[in-house]
Design a binder for this molecule. Structure first.
Ligand code: 13P
Length: 251
């Protein structure tokens, strides 16, 4: 049985004070929740303050991105070591917004993934097809490419610290959620790819989160599917009440 993983990707939202207000409101609402890994991913500038606020709570801290070197002349970048220093245990890598707006390739994302894991961070590694790719029948090819190139070189042990987040781009921020059947079909396909490439034990243990317009009122039907092990939540993670409800409905 895979433990559900519910993460809030706050994207480029909330100042430090607003971030603190959100986690301080969230903490009491989920403090009795056991059996779900709960993660929040604020912007870089709020990480350190939010880490302090989360001390002693059952909420883990993640970043939204990181770079492939520990330190050096890489203006504007942040290393996994710096994220850990700021209190993170997780980072997101390969979000479709990074792929789309910053041209991050599968190869570069694989480098990031391996470096983050080697540095001791846990990673939510995002994949997913665009509407055009789905409608032209290329969805499976895209997922094969993203999984094969993105996860290349990982060891069996790396999958204890890697979650795959399937986020169909057409469902992100659009209010259009994949149906539970669509999500299950994609997740089962992805788990099959992992089985082919890394074996049964890895396929059984790796968590696959769904992301794309997840809300408190649709999360339970998604989580009811056998291959859906959690969610990566954008808009609905920005309000404490709603996110807490969503976490509770993920059990
Ligand atoms: P929304 O939940 O706002 O659709 O965003 C999903 C997402 O991109 C999470 O990483």
């Amino acid at each position: 049985m895979r433990k559900p993983l519910v993460a809030g990707n706050w994207k480029m939202n909330k100042l430090v004070g607003e971030s603190l207000a959100l986690v301080n409101a969230l903490k009491p609402l989920v403090k009795d929740v056991e059996g779900v890994d709960i993660v929040v991913c604020p912007v870089f500038t709020a990480l350190h303050a939010v880490a302090d606020a989360l001390k002693g709570s059952n909420i883990q801290l993640g970043a939204q991105n990181c770079f492939t070197r520990e330190s050096g002349a890489y203006t504007g970048e942040v290393s996994p070591q710096m994220l850990k220093d700021a209190g993170c245990t997780w980072t997101i890598i390969g979000h479709s917004e990074r792929r789309q707006y910053f041209n991050e390739s599968d190869e570069f994302l694989n480098e990031k993934l391996r470096f983050a894991l080697a540095s001791g961070l846990k990673v939510m590694f995002c994949i997913g097809e665009t509407l055009e790719e789905r409608e032209s029948g290329r969805m499976n090819d895209v997922l094969v490419r993203q999984i094969t190139n993105g996860l290349m070189g990982l060891s069996e042990a790396d999958f204890d610290n890697t979650s795959i987040a399937y986020e169909p781009v057409w469902a992100i921020g659009t209010g259009v959620t994949a149906t539970p059947e669509q999500a299950e079909e994609a997740h089962a396909f992805v788990r099959g790819l992992v089985r082919d490439q890394f074996g049964e034990a890895v396929a059984d243990k790796v968590r696959i989160q769904y992301g794309g317009s997840v809300k408190p009122d649709n999360v339970a039907s998604l989580m009811a599917k056998p291959n859906v092990d959690g969610s990566l939540v954008g808009g609905a993670s920005l309000k404490a009440d709603g996110f807490a409800e969503l976490v509770r409905k993920s059990l």
